[in-house]
Every structure is written in C-alpha cells, then in structure tokens.
Design a protein around this ligand. Structure first.
Ligand code: ADP
Ligand code: 5GP
Length: 198
C-alpha cells in the first residue's frame, strides 16, 4: 500500500489548501484573512527575488541566493518549484508534512504553473483558483497595488489571460468580487467554517 506521509496525515484531518490564480487577483489578501484562524499554517516559500519594503525573511518568504536555491533543489527540499517572472520560487516539503501531520490546514499560495505541477503529481489537497471579476478589474487592482513597473504589469496581464484558461483544472473557482464573500467561500470550501468539535 502507498504510505506517503502526506496522504496519511490528510486522513488524520490535516490538509493542503492550495490557492492560486493570476497575479493581482487578491490571493494574498484572501489568504491573509484565512490565516487569522489558528488552524491555518502558511506555507513560507523560498525565493530568489529581492525582498520588498516591509517584507520579513522567514515570515513572508525565505529569501535565498540563486546558488542557495539550486542547492535546495538538489537536496530535494521542494515539493514544487517554478520560475515566475524571472525569479525562482519553491514550496518547502518539510513544513507541509509537519503541519498536515498535526491536523492543520497548510495554506499554499502559489502561481498557476506550480499548482498544476502539484496537481499532476496527485498531491492530495483542495485546489482553489481565484478569479478577478474581469480583466479590467485585474488591471486596476494590479496598478493600484503599485508594486510593479508598467512593463512588468503588462507582462502579468498577458500571462493572466492564459492562466484564466486553466481554471477548469481546479476543484473550485472563486470570483474575488467582494472580499468578504470570497473569504467566506474559501472558509466553507476548506472546512474552516465549522468550529472544531473538541
Ligand atoms: P495577488 O496576491 O493575487 O497578487 P493581492 O492580494 O496583492 O493579489 O491583491 C492585489 C490588489 O487588489 C491589492 O492592492 C489588494 O488590496 C486589492 N484587492 C484584493 N481583493 C480585492 C477585492 N475583493 N476588492 C478590491 N480590491 C481588492
Ligand atoms: P510575488 O513576487 O508577487 O510575491 O509572487 C509572484 C508569484 O509567485 C505569485 O503568483 C505567487 O503566488 C507565486 N509564488 C509564491 N511562492 C511560490 C512558490 O513557492 N511556488 C510557485 N510556483 N509560485 C509561488
């Protein structure tokens, strides 16, 4: 019998909750809200990108060099990794195993290629795609966030159009129109809307 520790832990109550979708759809905003629940543990990815103002190493990301990232790949530390807009990002295997073994919800917020890698590997979990109400709204949100240059913003919007076509491969699609509604929908989908029984 297949005895992958992740699968065993899922049967024990813990699970991976994967949230993905184009850049600027509101994934971080929604996940931050969900993370207020003590039953949720955030996946802190490793990345080669430079920290943004206010970002803290170990909390927002594990910021590593390109060489360090390659070494982590070689050591098998990632469950998936991808090049996103020229920087490397990877989801760490060990924290996921630990959180699920404790019966917690391991919240993974990653890009569409990474999510589809995990789906292809049959990694057990709930796969959720966050959609913007429209591409116009996405553009407005991305420029409103003010973290990208206009060239980067244009690239992200072009990629968003392709990524939207992948939504059907996920278990659930949430349209992030009213933030509160989107958060509530994710709570329901993940089982967090129910209070713990003990
Ligand atoms: P992502 O993590 O998907 O790249 P963010 O969470 O950074 O996206 O959201 C992009 C921008 O849109 C942010 O400025 C955020 O405050 C805003 N935003 C997110 N959700 C909503 C919403 N439902 N309504 C209006 N603005 C939103
Ligand atoms: P940002 O640089 O804006 O924080 O993130 C850029 C993109 O990388 C976002 O879509 C985010 O979800 C994605 N991302 C963050 N961590 C990971 C990861 O570990 N793996 C993959 N594949 N994508 C990630």
């Amino acid at each position: 019998m297949w005895s992958d520790p992740v699968t065993e832990a899922v049967q024990g109550g813990g699970k991976m909750l994967l949230v993905s979708g184009p850049s600027g759809t509101g994934k971080s905003t929604i996940c931050k809200r969900l993370g207020e629940d003590p039953r949720v543990v955030f996946s802190v990815s490793a990345t080669t990108r430079e920290p943004r103002a206010g970002e803290v190493n170990g909390r927002d990301y594990q910021f590593v060099s390109k060489v360090g990232f390659s070494e982590m790949i070689q050591a098998g530390e990632f469950i998936e990794h991808a090049d996103v807009f020229g920087n490397m990002y990877g989801t760490l295997r060990a924290p996921m195993r630990d959180a699920i073994a404790k019966g917690l919800v391991f919240l993974v917020e990653i890009d569409v290629q990474g999510a589809l890698q995990l789906k292809t590997l049959d990694t057990p979990g709930i796969y959720v795609f966050i959609k913007p109400p429209s591409l116009e709204v996405l553009k407005a949100r991305l420029s409103g966030r003010g973290t990208e240059s206009s060239e980067v913003l244009e690239r992200r919007l072009q990629k968003a159009e392709d990524e939207m076509r992948e939504a059907g491969k996920y278990d659930h699609v949430i349209v992030n129109n009213v933030l509160e509604d989107a958060v509530e929908e994710l709570r329901l989908i993940s089982g967090l809307a129910q209070e713990p029984t003990s």
